[in-house]
Design a protein around this ligand. Structure first.
Ligand SMILES: C[S@@+](CC[C@H](N)C(=O)[O-])C[C@H]1O[C@@H](n2cnc3c(N)ncnc32)[C@H](O)[C@@H]1O
Length: 244
């Protein structure tokens, strides 16, 4: 079959936002044919159900700073399985190159001289925009799309600010891993020079049957309470229609 997983190769594969219909055909062929799948916590059972019967599945998820397997342990699992002539899918939510530690994993695989292929997935920002019918850019109001990480779960004390300097007024800002405190996000947005009337949207479990959306202008954003994780926050004039 075209596109089946090759022995000795590691595939960094995007699982999309959680709906199996939003996987690429390439991802689903690799899941069907791989020997080993190493997956993150955000990958739901409905996606894992596409794994072939032969697949040895291992959860290597990290959540709330509690790693099930260390990052070095994940590198070891990928490398050892590939050297044992197994085909390995490293399955990550969304797109593997967006806030997914791909840089570290690629560096480890290159150093070990393991063949690697990257299969893109639908990142949370695109899934959320589509599910809510919200354009992320709009030539009248938003000509940039900025993706930022709200916090680094494994090293909370060193969390950098969302943004330094003043945010361009024509940007749509997508905040991944926003944490659980809307007041803290609102304060950061104000510090970045965002005006009080800016539309802000918090989307919980985008593109899944459990999706929940909350929207407010920045002056009221602190009063929202985020839905269940994972949550993505979108900020910008292009989000205006979410407020009606
Ligand atoms: C470690 S990052 C991984 C991002 C992923 N690689 C991507 O491209 O979407 C995890 C964050 O992605 C966001 N996220 C992932 N899936 C989501 C979903 N279905 N709905 C809302 N946010 C999601 C959340 O902000 C979550 O904290």
């Amino acid at each position: 079959m075209q596109g089946t997983a090759q022995k000795g190769t590691v595939y960094l594969v995007g699982a999309g936002p959680g709906d199996p219909d939003l996987l690429t055909l390439r991802a689903s062929r690799l899941l069907a044919s791989a020997d080993v799948v190493l997956y993150d916590d955000l990958v739901p059972d409905a996606v894992l159900a596409l794994c072939g019967e032969q697949v040895e599945r291992t959860s290597v998820g990290k959540r709330c700073g509690q790693p099930r397997t260390t990052q070095t342990g994940i590198h070891r699992l990928m490398i050892d399985n590939a050297r044992a002539k197994k085909s390995v899918v490293r399955l990550k939510s969304g797109d593997p190159l967006v806030f997914g530690r791909a840089a570290e994993e690629l560096a480890a695989l290159y150093e070990a001289e393991i063949p690697v292929e990257i299969v893109p997935g639908i990142s949370a920002v695109f899934a959320a925009g589509a599910a809510m019918q919200l354009p992320l850019t709009d030539r009248r109001s938003a000509s940039r799309l900025v993706l930022v990480a709200g916090h680094h779960a494994s090293d909370k004390t060193a969390a950098p600010p969302l943004w330094t300097g003043v945010l361009p007024p024509d940007a749509t800002l997508a905040i991944y891993m926003p944490g659980r405190d809307p007041a803290a996000i609102a304060a950061e947005l104000r510090r970045a020079g965002i005006p009080d009337d800016m539309p802000c949207v918090a989307i919980s479990r985008a593109a899944t049957p459990q999706q929940q959306v909350q929207a407010a202008r920045l002056h009221s954003f602190a009063q929202l309470s985020f839905g269940a994780s994972p949550v993505l926050v979108l900020v910008g004039r292009a989000m205006e229609s979410a407020l009606v």
